[in-house]
Design a protein around this ligand. Structure first.
Ligand code: NCD
Ligand code: ZN
Ligand code: ZN
Ligand code: ZN
Length: 352
């Protein structure tokens, strides 16, 4: 079966600064293996993508190495709003970290939040890492300043209640859900199960939250699936202070496709294509209709041994997937076939 190439607006490719976890080549190879032909890279590098120089440097590095298309999200700080007019045409979105997570870009004060919402006047969304009451605060700011916002990795039932209410009011609010919040719960994070490999931000939630997210996938309250591919080394995960984050590019489609084939929550294949390919492309202005994937229909056991991500592990080890990606075409070129990347480094496009 053939489907449109998948698109993921929330990926941490880790270059520059954390090439021990992932780099532009390995991360985009993992993307092709997972059926993705367009990604948006996040700005929370050790030297964050929050200046024009850092953005330009990242684009140069990417141009030489990527094998699928990659665009960039710019990192907000409490004081960099004066850069927005110059930055805006060069990125897909502005990213704001308003809650505890990995990386240097986290802030929380009202002054900083105001500078973001007053300063970013664009059809390109403000992407927000926020949880709980902060989600309500950002929806309030979006209403007051008439801004387009996108809630990242929404994980809780009550947060989805807020998003539904915002949509009913006609506010320009979209949201994404990550596969780990659809297939794992807080019980899986127990020390005798995933332990540090189940440690991410937002944390794994309850079964009731998970069910609410599935309901949202089916009825449209959830706009899209984003992997939040956030690789860290095994050594870091097993160290004294395991960082937040799990990889996801290669496991998202097989997990979701298997669940859809089982009829989970009434999510149709058509809806899955919207969630993983068409809606992210539309919301973030990514290329449409230039790529295709071919999948086989059999089930398989997810194993870290077959992964192309540099980190070499997955929190879904041993779970069943279905619909292995056999071939990927980008602009008419066969770029991936049966586990092998055929595209040369640098053949992907830097978007925007
Ligand atoms: C992300 C990372 O490692 O960069 N980690 C995570 O747990 N999600 C940061 C983020 O997306 O918040
Ligand atoms: Zn986040
Ligand atoms: Zn378990
Ligand atoms: Zn992330």
């Amino acid at each position: 079966m053939k489907l449109p190439g998948l698109a993921d607006p929330h990926v941490h490719l880790r270059e520059p600064g954390s090439e021990d976890k992932e780099d532009f080549y390995t991360g985009t190879c993992a993307a092709l293996a997972g059926g993705y032909t367009a990604l948006l890279d996040m700005p929370n590098n050790p030297q964050p993508t929050s200046s024009l120089e850092a953005l330009e440097y990242k684009k140069q590095l990417a141009a030489a190495k990527i094998v699928c298309d990659v665009g960039f999200n710019f990192g907000a700080t409490p004081i960099n709003a004066p850069l927005y007019p110059q930055v805006e045409p060069q990125v897909a979105a502005l990213k704001v970290y308003l809650g505890e997570t990995h990386g240097p870009l986290v802030f929380g004060g009202l002054e900083g939040m105001l500078s973001v919402f007053q300063g970013w006047n664009s059809p390109r969304p403000i992407m927000i890492h926020a949880e709980g009451p902060i989600v309500a605060a950002t929806i309030g700011l979006a209403a007051l300043y008439d801004r387009r916002i996108h809630i990242c990795h929404l994980s809780k039932r009550d947060e989805l209640v807020l998003v539904r209410a915002a949509k009913e009011r006609g506010l320009k609010v979209t949201c994404e859900v990550a596969p780990h919040h659809l297939f794992l719960t807080s019980e899986d994070a127990a020390p005798d199960h995933l332990g540090p490999y189940g440690h991410m931000s937002p944390a794994l939630q309850s079964g009731a939250d998970l069910d609410a997210l599935w309901q949202g996938l089916a009825d449209g309250a959830v706009d899209m699936i984003a992997t939040d591919h956030a690789p860290h080394t095994r050594a870091e995960k097993e160290g004294p202070k395991p960082p937040f984050g799990v990889p996801g590019l290669e496991t998202a489609f097989p997990l979701l496709y298997r669940a859809v084939k089982q009829g989970r929550a009434g999510v149709t294949l058509d809806r899955l294509v919207d969630l993983m390919a068409l809606v992210p492309r539309r919301v973030f202005g990514l290329p449409l209709g230039d790529s295709e994937i071919e999948i086989d229909d059999s089930e398989f056991v997810i194993s870290s041994e077959n992964l192309l991500t540099k980190c070499g592990w997955t929190p879904f080890e041993g779970q069943l997937g279905r619909g292995r990606v056999r071939r990927v075409w980008l602009r008419g070129q066969l770029v991936f076939e049966d586990g092998r990347v055929l595209a040369p480094p640098g053949s992907g496009r830097v978007l925007f």
